[in-house]
Design a protein around this ligand. Structure first.
Ligand code: NAD
Ligand code: 0WE
Length: 256
């Protein structure tokens, strides 16, 4: 019951109670981990404060825009001061300008490409570099990805290309950090109705499509992403690194 007893972790990407990051954070917390959290900016502060408060009044909560090196530096300085060490890091952050997810991929602007890759892929490298010096007893870094990285999902567009970069970065980071016993893996989730999904035209149809065509004939539940996140963070996954684990009710195996 206490797979993560004594582990110290940091979570990036909680926006509200529907966030995948919140589902995984709750699972990590229930498994015994002590967690710090970051939020993107003032707009989300109150929301995240309220959620994180349920883990106790002294839960470390810091602002962090992952496109700002100074924010990242400050976060790891403060986590180092408070925890002294770190075992777990969750990367559950993605963003592409809305217009890039609406039109055709061929019209992706240089700026939309840059922003998508900076927020959704480069940030994993920067966060891993910040966390590694604190992961002195080894660690587990988990990032969230999606199938649109390997197959064309209409309108996912530049986010698919950024997720391909995130998954490849996971492998290169796993190689660099392996000697320090730090593992780096991705969870590729099937569609989940979160803030990031809500604005997407046709998202309900996508949920229906997975329900009709995935081997398990249903959609993934947030608590199932939490359970996989806990497994990857645990010593049961001690020999697993550089992988993309599909938690999608089997959808990814289908050819038709
Ligand atoms: P969400 O909106 O709850 O989470 C996205 C998070 O990214 C938010 O907390 C937001 O504040 C953060 N973020 C965006 N730009 C940022 C920046 N510059 N600095 C710091 N934080 C920033 O939505 P979610 O669906 O929980 O998404 C979490 C992750 O899961 C993303 O990587 C997403 O690609 C991935 N994912 C989502 C689904 C899905 O269907 N919802 C499926 C597979 C993978
Ligand atoms: O990774 C994602 C979505 C990430 C995302 C969502 C938004 C919406 C609001 C990134 N940037 C933005 N920018 C915004 O302005 N998913 C896996 C969910 C998702 O998004 C899709 C999907 C799926 C699935 C977009 C098109 C098609 C399918």
């Amino acid at each position: 019951m206490s797979q993560l007893e004594g582990k110290l972790g940091i979570v990036f990407g909680v926006a509200n109670k529907r966030s995948i990051a919140w589902a995984i954070a709750q699972a990590w917390h229930r498994a015994g981990a002590r967690l710090a959290f970051t939020y993107q900016g003032e707009r989300l502060k109150e929301n995240v404060e309220e959620l994180v408060g349920t883990f106790g009044p002294d839960t470390l909560l810091l602002p962090c825009d992952v496109t700002k090196d100074e924010d990242i530096d400050r976060v790891f300085a403060e986590v180092g001061a408070k925890f002294g060490q770190l075992h777990l890091l969750l990367h559950s952050v993605a963003f592409a300008p809305k217009a890039a997810l609406e039109g055709e991929f061929i019209n992706t602007s240089r700026e939309a490409f840059r922003i998508s890759h900076d927020v959704s892929a480069y940030s994993l490298i920067a966060l891993a570099r910040g966390a590694a010096p604190l992961m002195t007893a080894g660690g587990s870094i988990v990032a969230m990805t999606y199938y649109g990285s390997e197959k064309v999902v209409p309108h996912y567009n530049v986010m698919g290309v950024a997720k391909a970069s995130l998954e490849s970065s996971t492998r290169y980071l796993a190689y660099d950090l392996g000697t320090k016993k730090i593992r780096v893996n991705c969870i590729s989730a099937g569609p989940v109705n979160t803030l990031a999904a809500r604005g997407i035209a046709g998202f309900t149809e996508m949920l229906n499509h997975y329900e009709a065509h995935s081997p398990l004939r249903r959609n993934v539940l947030p608590e199932e992403l939490g359970a996989t996140g806990t497994f990857l963070a645990s010593d049961g996954a001690a020999a697993i690194t550089g992988q993309v684990l599909y938690v999608d009710c089997g959808y990814q195996i289908m050819g038709m």
